[in-house]
Write a protein that binds this ligand. Sequence first.
Ligand code: WTA
Length: 654
Amino acid sequence: MAQDNIQSTLHEERQFPPSADFVRSANLAATTLEHLYTDAAQDNQEFWAKQARNEIDWQTDFTTTLDSSNAPFYSWFVGGKLNVSYNCIDRQLAENADKTAIIFEGEPGDVEHISYRELHRRVCVFANALKAQGITKGDRVIIYMPMIAEAVIAMQACARIGAIHSVVFGGFSASSLKDRIEDTQAKLVITADGGNRGGKIIELKKTTDNALEKGCDSVDTVIVFERTGHAISMQADRDIWWSDAEQDQSTECEPEWVEASHPLFLLYTSGSTGKPKGIQHSTGGYLLNAITTMRWVFDIQATDTFWCTADVGWITGHTYVAYGPLATGSTIVIYEGVPTVPDAGRFWDICQRLGVTIFYTAPTAIRALMKIGDELPNQYDLSKLRLLGTVGEPINPEAWMWYHNVIGKQKCPIVDTWWQTETGAHMIAPIPGAMATKPGSCTRALPGIDAAIVNQEGEEITQANEGGYLVIRQPWPSMIQTVWGDDQRYKDTYWPYFDGKYYLAGDSARRDEDGYFWIMGRIDDVLNVSGHRLGTMEIESALVAHPSVAEAAVVGKPHDIKGESIFSYVVLKGDRPEGGIDDELTQELRAWVGEQIGAIAKPDEIRYADNLPKTRSGKIMRRLLRTIAKGDEITQDTSTLENESIIPQLQGKA
Ligand code: WTA
């Protein structure tokens, strides 16, 4: 655990209560919310049991709400059987079959509306296609797709037959894809010929071919969806077009009823070691919190058009694109491309044209669009918007105010939602019709979620505004089940202190006088670049794998738009380049990291030094490196450094 004192520097006094209009039609009024808090405080398990029976259609009711006998491996809703795809789609067929489930918009401008009836048909046909390829309950399937409706159809089809999907973000490299295939031992990969992003084609099939060339013996089949229609190569005994796989498949597919703890999916995320971990999520508990947060935090109602801009490659795209909104029978928007094609008004154009009422995006996107100015958003009619959300990183008050004024026209509450891949769903977030928001605060823990800030001894910090470790003190339904294939790592990473009783989120936070939470940042070596989690060790391992690199250290540097940028210090095997500059090598190393992990992990800056600064025990002095990256004055003690002359090198002054 970091020993540095956790200090807060942000002071924000403004408060924004919801408008009377919003309150009037909100799902949760302040009094109902108080009841939920009281119920949860009285009997947490009873509270969740009641929610689970209200919100989920169980094929077999559960007998035990929570089994803690093998803590921290908690099991919710034991004995219960259900199917997520059934809960998302089939339950709409009786009354809402013609309602639009998905409005898909491609980057080139093609738009498609898919009703719940049609979604049911497509998911069933594709689920049968998977079965025909030999996929059964418990098999792992990799999904490496563009952000198109078929990505969600593929996920839903896996859920329907009890196969465990692992979606790999389309921006990850062949090498990252291969690692995930090998760790999951997937039998089948679903991909596309390509996807449209930024006016270019993302070569998904080609990257898949490269990944499979390097091993991945578990894979028998690759299903390829035709999206771009450009030429790709197909391997006869392995690859099959999506449309061919669907030939003659029935439009009905009986859902596979699985136990509540059956893994719905694995999603890889970065931690503080070089190897990403496969976060394993359950079926029943995960679905429950996906639904409750849709109702409570997003105030979802039958007439809403809900747009979460996240890619399905991230947890946000799982919970708030593929599962939560469909499980509440909502209409969602899926957009394939980037926000700047054909110009930076694309998001607002989509909101206007498709009538988006709830819009959920990352602070990095808000900052980037804010920088371009008010003129573009002001050209569009955004009057249908009624609620805005943010996720992934702290939002600075300036960006919050811009979002509030220019996009929300001062009438839309903003829900700043704190959660993680591991938590499965929102944990700390406003209930928009029931409380005032403050720019930069994710406000209060949701009913049933026991979040607290503690010191190193695990004692709750009650002093307002004093920083500490953010922990969750009681298990919750959508919690991580384990790290795929590595129970020990699950225990060591999330339950290392406090007698293994509290879930350690890895963030530091404080609470203000009103008890509102303010997230201050990570306590481990994890960066948050444009809302994406990247382990510094992962990037370091990639750098060190280059033949010229002896050692590398990576730290985050504050960045206007991305939140953090990636700053690396590199020690070469040969001599340090003259003056510490070698543009050619720098470009080569950036491209190298791009190949090893993906473009999102490319270092923004690289500085060469003869050595890295280390403590006597050999630990890299990361705090010092962060100070230097920022260009701040060094206040740390550097007298223990063996070679103090490296300081000017690290500073880029020698
Ligand atoms: C950060 C994304 C401040 C935090 C859903 C967390 C946030 C990590 C917020 C998880 C927020 C997420 N305010 N920080 N509203 N939401 N974070 O797994 O550091 O990609 O631990 O999940 O993002 O990132 P992940």
